[in-house]
Ligand binder design. Structure first.
Ligand SMILES: NC(=O)c1ccc[n+]([C@@H]2O[C@H](COP(=O)([O-])OP(=O)(O)OC[C@H]3O[C@@H](n4cnc5c(N)ncnc54)[C@H](O)[C@@H]3O)[C@@H](O)[C@H]2O)c1
Ligand SMILES: [Zn+2]
Ligand SMILES: [Zn+2]
Length: 371
């Protein structure tokens, strides 16, 4: 069939929106008509080369849609089902899936290869016949996409599909960074560094987990104000002013945890964020660093003698098949704010404008909608 998709042909170039050819779903795959896709910073990492993948590629890993066709052997989905993408697939059977760590599923190894899990043959091709690899195996900057059933999660048909798209990456990642990886407890003091699509949901996660004080750090004033609407109790424009604030408000005890959700993780940010947390506290790195970066500023003395922990967090460190439906229930009961996270919607053709707005710090989340 014909579809339309945003293609990245080469590094540091704009997304090119083009007509493309899409095959029918192979066994274990589904054809999804996309309804919405979030403009997460991770797709920007493809453009800059921070996340290396084979090009050309179709971007997008945060999206929702409706199943239109299913391939042979698919039993858990049928045409008409409403779904969101899971940017890490979960097979349900590997060591990690069967022990409650779906974000570590062995199928994740296919992510960097950029070709479908089933047989490694591209389903989407440009007009010139070139195979187009899908970002995170889901490539949802497209009107339609064929994805493996391990990469989709069925959702309640009553839910608005544009809001639901957000739990496909940003909400689940941010919320899980606080709830699962930082392990926020009632009464905790939590610092969230970087209030974009991910950080604003780390704030929401910390609030739902019962944090007493939540300090939102971002150089952009409107982001700090937005964080307050989601439950932040204090704000700071940078980590150094956050230190004086946290030091004063805790009488020198410091924060229980700090979560790094800035646009690009940099080694030099780690030491000042580590010094925001107390003895035995933890720092979570959710933001993604350039692939080749290996230098980190860190006081090993402080790490050991203050018994601190530094942890990475992928997709919130939980189980997308359990967390996504739970988060959507929290939305339905009014405890999780998804409505205000969407700053602006764009058409697929306006994708470059959407990313320009993200770079300029205008959006909490911009989303593409497909009509
Ligand atoms: N680990 C995962 O599974 C996962 C999943 C999705 C996204 N990510 C990553 O999370 C990061 C955030 O993504 P996003 O979509 O929210 O990005 P975004 O661009 O929407 O937000 C980043 C925010 O960080 C702020 N910022 C930049 N430098 C800062 C600093 N020094 N101190 C405080 N704030 C600062 C910016 O003003 C902006 O508000 C990206 O690196 C993205 O790739 C990781
Ligand atoms: Zn993302
Ligand atoms: Zn698995």
């Amino acid at each position: 069939m014909q579809a339309r998709a945003a293609i990245l042909w080469e590094l540091n170039s704009p997304w090119s929106v083009e007509d493309v050819e899409l095959d029918d779903p192979a066994p274990s795959e589904v054809l999804v008509r996309m309804t919405a896709a979030g403009l997460c910073h991770s797709d920007e990492h493809l453009v800059t080369g921070d996340i290396p993948i084979a090009l050309p590629a179709v971007g997008g890993h945060e999206g929702s849609g409706v199943v239109e066709k299913v391939g042979e052997g698919v039993t858990k989905f049928e045409p008409g089902d409403h779904v969101v993408m899971s940017f890490i697939p979960s097979c349900g059977h590997c060591r990690w899936c069967s022990s409650g760590h779906q974000t570590l599923c062995d199928l994740g190894q296919h992510l960097m290869m950029g070709v479908p899990i089933s047989n490694g043959v591209h389903r989407m091709r440009s007009k010139g016949g070139q195979g187009l690899g899908p970002m995170s195996l889901v490539g949802c900057f497209a009107t339609h996409q064929v994805v493996h059933e391990a990469s989709v999660v069925k959702i309640d048909k009553e839910l608005p599909l544009d809001k639901a798209a957000l739990v496909s990456c940003g909400v689940t990642t941010g919320w899980g960074s606080a709830v699962h990886t930082a392990g926020v407890q009632p009464g905790d003091v939590v610092v969230v560094v970087g209030i974009g699509g991910i950080g604003s949901n780390a704030v929401q996660g910390a609030k739902i987990a019962g944090a007493r004080w939540i300090v939102a750090v971002d150089p952009v004033e409107s982001k700090r104000e937005f964080a307050k609407r989601l439950g932040a109790t204090h704000t700071a424009p940078d980590v150094y002013s956050a230190f004086s604030l946290v030091n004063d408000m805790t009488w020198g005890q410091l924060a229980d945890s700090a979560i790094i959700t800035v646009d690009v993780a940099r080694g030099e940010l780690v030491a000042p964020v580590m010094s925001l947390v107390r003895k035995g506290g933890n720092v979570v790195v959710t933001a993604i660093a350039p692939f080749a970066q290996s230098q980190v500023n860190l006081s090993l003395f402080e790490l050991t003698l203050w018994h601190k922990q530094l942890r990475g967090s992928l997709f919130g460190g939980g189980n997308p098949r359990a967390d996504i439906p739970q988060l959507l229930k929290l939305y339905q009961s009014g405890q999780l704010n998804l409505d205000d996270l969407i700053t602006r919607t764009y058409s697929l053709d306006e994708i470059n404008e959407g990313y320009e707005d993200m770079r300029e710090g205008k959006n909490i989340r911009g989303i593409l909608t497909f009509d």
